[in-house]
Every structure is written in structure tokens, then in C-alpha cells.
Design a binder for this molecule. Sequence first.
Ligand SMILES: [Zn+2]
Ligand SMILES: [Zn+2]
Length: 271
Amino acid sequence: MKEVNNRLVFIGTGGGRVVISNQARNAGGFVLQIPGVQMHIDPGPGALSGTARTKIRPAQTRVIISTHEHTDHANDINALIEAITLGGINKKGILISVPAVIDGTKEELPWLRNYYKSKLDEIFKIKTNDKVKLGDLTVTATKTQHDIDDCIGLRIEGPDVSIGYTSDTIYFKDLHKEFKDIAVLIINVLRPGSDKWKTHMCTGDAIKLIEEVKPELAIITHFGQKMLNANPLLEAREIQKRTGVRTIAADDRLEVNLEGIAQGRGVQTTL
Ligand SMILES: [Zn+2]
Ligand SMILES: [Zn+2]
């Protein structure tokens, strides 16, 4: 079988205080593998140990992106740099993140340790609307409305890839504009049904966003305990029924083959 070289692998799909503390799901974020680059996005607790349970080799990650300073999005940054650089022996890797994660804030120390800072090839400190060019890839920081200001979503675009990631945000009127023409939209959906929460989206919010963006594929992740109790698979089915957009509920170690999307052949997933 031909090796797939354009895929998403979900390391962890948990979010929120309860799921992080009981590890009902890992919270290690997800990996994007495309020709020439492997990126790990939002490496929360379990990013490194969770990756070791997939086909992904952490040492081959070249780009780490952390969208904000919350533990479930930043905890394993140093552990990943340790793996990428073999304990600091090989200087390499790129970190893209917000100032709070890289420099800390008035109240908090940075997540990134000085030792590892010096072992990276490059650090990009970005805020909403900033763009980072990595070869023929462009990473754009999108707007969020979360309980901290220093939080971004992402657009990752290139010849073989068109991915949007909301990160943690509530639904707001213009959110869909951030993801215009995106093919694959990854949405952090903490709660099921119309169970609204002041800092995150619920299934009802995801339905509105997907109806507006109309991606080829929607993937929901970052589940809180109430979402797990309701069963994310059923929530994804409901979203798909209401929007007509193919929707997947991510699971720890879920692999999504993106090649079919770029070439209009549909989507395959394997666990
Ligand atoms: Zn979160
Ligand atoms: Zn958060």
C-alpha cells in the first residue's frame, strides 16, 4: 500500500479541567504530517507519551505550535523539544506561539525553558492576523474569544493542505470569516447539544460555524466530560445531519488521511 504522507493524527482529544485531571482522554493535541514537514499542534499533557503510542516519531517533528498558555495546549512543549533535539544535542526545530507562552506574562513564567529556547532553530512570536511563512506553507493566526486575550486559532495553507483550527473560543458572529475557503476545519467543542459555556463552543455552536464555513470535512475534538458522557460520535452524527458536511469525532490516535480531500476522493480514517 502506498505510504500516506498527508495526514492528521490526533494524539489527544480531551479538554477541560475534569478530562485533563482524570485523563479520560489524552490532551496531547494533534500532529499534521505533510511532505517535508511534521507539525505538532497544542501539545498538552501527554503529547510525548501519547505520540509514542502512534506511528508518529516525535523526533521527526519540526514545528511546534501552541495556541495559548493553558496547560492543555502548552504543557509538553519542553518535552517535545527534548525529543526533537535529542536532549539539546542537535539544535533544530521551530516554535510558533503567542507571547504569553514564550515570554510569560506579568503574573506567570513562560512555558518555554531558557535551555530549550537556545536549542531551537527559530521562534516565531505571533498574535492574531500575523502570518508565518515556512517554505510554501503559510500559518496564519486567527481570532478567538476565550478567557484570555493571548489566544489564537490557525489557518495552515499550502499546495497540499488547507486546514483551519478554531482552538479554544466561543462562537461569535464573524468567526466564520477567519476560516473562509478552508477545506478541513478542526473545531474544539467542549460541550454537547446546546449546553453553552462562556469560554468554549458546544455542538450547537459548531453547527452554526460549519454551516457558515462549509468545509469539505469538519473534525470535532477537545472534549469535556459532559461531551464524553453524551458520546462525541453521536454529536458528530447530529452535526453532519444538520449541516450536510462530513463530520468526524476525533479520538485518541485517530488518523485522518487528507490526500483524498485534496484530490476529491473522500476521506479515510484509521485508528
Ligand atoms: Zn483547551
Ligand atoms: Zn484554553
